[in-house]
Write a protein that binds this ligand. Structure first.
Ligand SMILES: Nc1ncnc2c1ncn2[C@@H]1O[C@H](COP(=O)(O)OP(=O)(O)OP(=O)(O)O)[C@@H](O)[C@H]1O
Ligand SMILES: [Mg+2]
Length: 165
């Protein structure tokens, strides 16, 4: 049976605009190029709800202090990294749970995606997916790191520094 995604956020505010549109249209928009990702956290919450339907992995989202009006390239980068990494979690990890956390502090946006899967050796194993994520993040002056240990899961972390100065 598919588990439901747990989605929490420390941000409160008006109901996201997507709540008022049919989910099929929202899904369509999320599959389109990223200028359509008008609000990062709702878009990540959508991914967190869709992933368990396809994979059975329970995905949670938390956010802290994240600006509603992040620059397009930042939103695109974070959304695509999460999408790529959740694919890896689903294909390779055997995880039951994953947690996405986004935080904005002193002008730096940081993202972590953590899973409780089988882990791997990130120093020895790198494919197009990981290289592509690294490249995206580097282009914005950011940094990507992966911590993983066999049987102890994997944490991917990116930081995008001083993007709005
Ligand atoms: N969360 C994870 N848990 C376990 N193994 C992982 C995880 N993420 C990546 N890996 C390992 O790292 C390898 C490289 O991942 P990467 O995304 O670069 O390539 P890929 O998924 O094999 O292929 P693709 O180019 O289609 O993404 C994977 O094949 C897998 O062995
Ligand atoms: Mg991959």
């Amino acid at each position: 049976m598919t588990k439901s995604a747990s989605v929490t956020s420390t941000i409160s505010g008006p109901t996201p605009i997507r709540a008022s549109i049919p989910s099929a249209i929202f899904r369509c928009c999320c599959a389109l190029p990223c200028w359509t990702i008008w609000a990062l956290i709702p878009a990540l919450e959508w991914q967190a709800r869709e992933t368990p339907r396809r994979t059975g992995i329970d995905v949670g989202v938390s956010s802290e202090n994240v600006d509603d009006s992040l620059p397009d390239d930042i939103r695109t980068c974070v959304y695509r990294v999460v999408q790529e990494d959740l694919q890896n979690v689903a294909r390779h990890s055997g995880a039951k749970h994953a947690k996405i956390a986004v935080k904005q502090l002193n002008g730096t946006l940081s993202l972590t995606v953590e899973d409780d899967g089988k882990g791997f050796d990130p120093k020895r194993t790198k494919g197009m997916g990981l290289l592509g994520m690294e490249e995206r993040v580097k282009q914005l002056g950011g940094h990507l790191e992966i911590h993983s240990e066999t049987t102890k899961g994997t944490t991917l972390r990116i930081s995008l520094p001083r993007f709005f100065v």
